[in-house]
Structure formats: C-alpha cells, structure tokens
Design a protein around this ligand. Sequence first.
Ligand code: UDX
Length: 252
Amino acid sequence: MYNPIKTLKTNTIGTLNMLGLAKRVGARLLLASTSEVYGDPEVHPQSEDYWGHVNPIGPRACYDEGKRVAETMCYAYMKQEGVEVRVARIFNTFGPRMHMNDGRVVSNFILQALQGEPLTVYGSGSQTRAFQYVSDLVNGLVALMNSNVSSPVNLGNPEEHTILEFAQLIKNLVGSGSEIQFLSEAQDDPQKRKPDIKKAKLMLGWEPVVPLEEGLNKAIHYFRKELEYQANNQYIPKPKPARIKKGRTRHN
Ligand SMILES: O=c1ccn([C@@H]2O[C@H](COP(=O)(O)OP(=O)(O)O[C@H]3OC[C@@H](O)[C@H](O)[C@H]3O)[C@@H](O)[C@H]2O)c(=O)[nH]1
C-alpha cells in the first residue's frame, strides 16, 4: 500500500462523513466495497455469507480492514438511523483509462508487454484471480442502486485464471516477445479468488457479458495509444497569462 494511513482515513473517516451526509439529506449511499474483505479465503468461490480470513496487522490490513469497518458503519447507520445503503463487493476490475502507474496486474502486464519489458510475476504465479471488464461492473452498480437489496452483493466475473496464465494470455494478445520474470511474492497475497455471483444473478438479474479477451484487447488498444501519445508529445505546463508578472522572468 502506497499510503496506509491515508487509505485507513479514507475508508473510515471518509465513509463516516458520507454516511452522516446521507442521513442528513436522506440519500441512498453506495459503498464500493471489495473482494479484499474475504482476505486470503479458505472458502472457494467466495459467497457473500463468508466472513473472510484477514490478517488485521499485515501490510494489506489498512485496505482490507478499512473496507470491512466501512461495511460495519453502513449497517450501523442503516439499523440505527435508517440510512439506505447498497454495498457492492467489487472483484478485480480492469479496462481503458486505468492509470499508467496504477500498479495492479492488468496495467502492469499490458504496459510491460507493449514495451518489450519482462512481465513481473510476484511469487510462482499459481495464485488465481478472476477479472471483470469495467462496463460490466458499471452495469452491476447501476442495477444494485436501483434495487431494494441492502445486504452486500458480489460483483465480479467468475472466470478464474492463475496469474501465470494471465501473463501468457496478455503476452499473446499483444504479440510481445517479453520474458516472464518471477519476483518475490507479495506478503499476505490472497492465493485464490473467484466470486460466487448467484446472488447478483438472482436478485439483480445481472451477470458479466464481456469476454476476457475482448476486454483485454480494448485495454491493450488504450495503453498502446497512451504510450504513442507520450512518445510524440511533451507536455510543458504553462502558467496562465494573468500569473506572469512583467519583468519578473528568472533565468537560472
Ligand atoms: O506486476 C504485478 C502486479 C500484481 N501481481 C499479482 O497479481 C495478482 C493481482 O494483483 P492486483 O494488485 O492487480 O490486485 P489484488 O487482487 O491484489 O487486489 C485488487 O483486487 C480487489 C480490489 O478491491 C483491489 O482494489 C485491488 O487492488 C496478485 O496475486 C499480485 O501479487 C503480479 O504478479 N505482478
């Protein structure tokens, strides 16, 4: 985690502030929760009634425990103050417009493959994830907000792959000659993850529709364009004319 304290403050104080605001104005609140509430799961796939397996003092705890307490706050406000809450447990998601420095596996592997750099696999690559395309997630969030389901709902694509399979798939889709480089494993990295989406199907009539390869090709296209743009352009910030004082230019 880049900034554990800020992560904790956002998830706890931020959620508390938003719940207070929702109470005051009578709004329905959507909590973007996470599959990380299940931690390194001992149940597979993960359904909403699983309580999770989280190390409360590990390096991921600021995020995992922060989101867990955010969920607790939602249900305390619902029961005590009657605030309407919707809680989406969002599984790994990707798509165009991810930040170049996001650091998550999809953007890392695509950028590495496009530039002929080694694809960095943490650990053996046998850990699994299931990736959903961003438009599927957005449709799920809209359906959840428009529903009367106040308990948590998993939103994710249940197609599960090992991270090594995923690296090879991205290499092939990019047509890249990059090597695969094995680095040390991340501490407390969940070893498997796959959503059980029966509840979303039944109660929201929702399921993901974008196939993995189709979504990846869209993300690859986006990052290819971003790299071309960066290579062909320099962005030199210029102050607004009103801020330039006459005769004050300094040449160091
Ligand atoms: O360069 C990389 C990056 C990541 N990885 C591995 O790829 C897997 C996925 O890692 P990511 O960082 O993309 O995502 P994580 O599964 O750790 O968490 C993610 O999932 C749930 C969301 O709520 C979180 O916001 C998101 O960070 C992990 O096993 C990680 O160790 C690599 O092997 N190489």
